[in-house]
Design a protein around this ligand. Structure first.
Ligand SMILES: C[S@@+](CC[C@H](N)C(=O)[O-])C[C@H]1O[C@@H](n2cnc3c(N)ncnc32)[C@H](O)[C@@H]1O
Length: 234
């Protein structure tokens, strides 16, 4: 009897208890104006050697001074891209939406070590030219190919296997990029898409990555810009 009453009281209190729990602390926004804050812990990428230092210095400068008008990913998402590329041992990263090369530079941290390469697609001439300069300053031009033009057409040139496919251009175009390039993604490779909150994601692409049996999909950083990671099963 007393036990039953006690349980009932506890159940009534549970919503109150969870509401009064402290939410994770938001740290100040990182990565300059326009960047979103990260939750819980402040993280900083430290250079392991001179190659990393040269790339990270340019990442920091671009993040601080070239963010405005170029729609580059927040620093925490750059770190997430790098982490996935490291985890799959990426040798070929394909990026749709170069902008000024910020996310591409995060991938280059990995590709410089794996002996790999980045193929990145951009429609805007000014941004592509700025990306070229940034890749040169970072010392990674030898492993980067910038393809200028409408990626819906130019991606059809690709024939080699892809380890990481990163979608970060026109959101309604993700489904077309996915349908064209998914056959090239190797088993164990990943398709990563940016701006994947319910407000900004294209439902056709969400349906494709969540209902295609060949992929296991998780959604990350949903408190920020939203990132989907779809791993192609072995
Ligand atoms: C969100 S920004 C990319 C940011 C970049 N990934 C970064 O974080 O550094 C999107 C870019 O996609 C480009 N874009 C949009 N539509 C495109 C298309 N059809 N083909 C190629 N690039 C396109 C835009 O010009 C813009 O520079």
């Amino acid at each position: 009897m007393y036990r039953a009453i006690g349980l009932g009281v506890l159940l009534m209190l549970l919503p109150t208890l969870s509401v009064s729990a402290q939410p994770p602390q938001r740290t100040p926004p990182s990565g300059g104006p326009g960047a979103r804050g990260t939750t819980a812990f402040e993280v900083k990428t430290l250079p392991k050697d001179d190659i990393e230092k040269q790339i990270l210095d340019v990442i920091a400068e671009v993040g601080a001074n070239q963010r405005a008008g170029n729609m580059i990913v927040p620093e925490e998402d750059g770190r997430l891209l790098r982490a996935w590329a490291e985890a799959v041992g990426a040798k070929h990263v394909v990026e749709i939406g170069t902008s000024v090369g910020y996310s591409g530079l995060w991938f280059c941290l990995v590709l410089k070590k794996t002996g790999g390469k980045l193929t990145t697609f951009e429609i805007d001439e000014r941004r592509a030219a700025q990306a070229k300069k940034n890749f040169e300053r970072a010392g990674v031009s030898d492993i980067v190919t910038i393809v200028l033009g409408d990626a819906h057409q130019t991606v059809t040139q690709l024939k080699e296997p892809i380890d990481v496919l990163f979608l970060d251009a026109d959101k309604t175009g993700y489904i077309d990029y996915f349908e064209k390039l998914s056959p090239l993604v190797r088993p164990g490779g990943v398709v990563i898409a940016h701006n994947m909150t319910p407000r900004s994601a294209d439902p056709r692409f969400v349906k494709a990555i969540t209902t295609t049996p060949e992929y296991e999909t998780v959604f990350l950083h949903m408190e920020g810009a939203g990132v989907s990671v779809s791993v192609k099963k072995h």
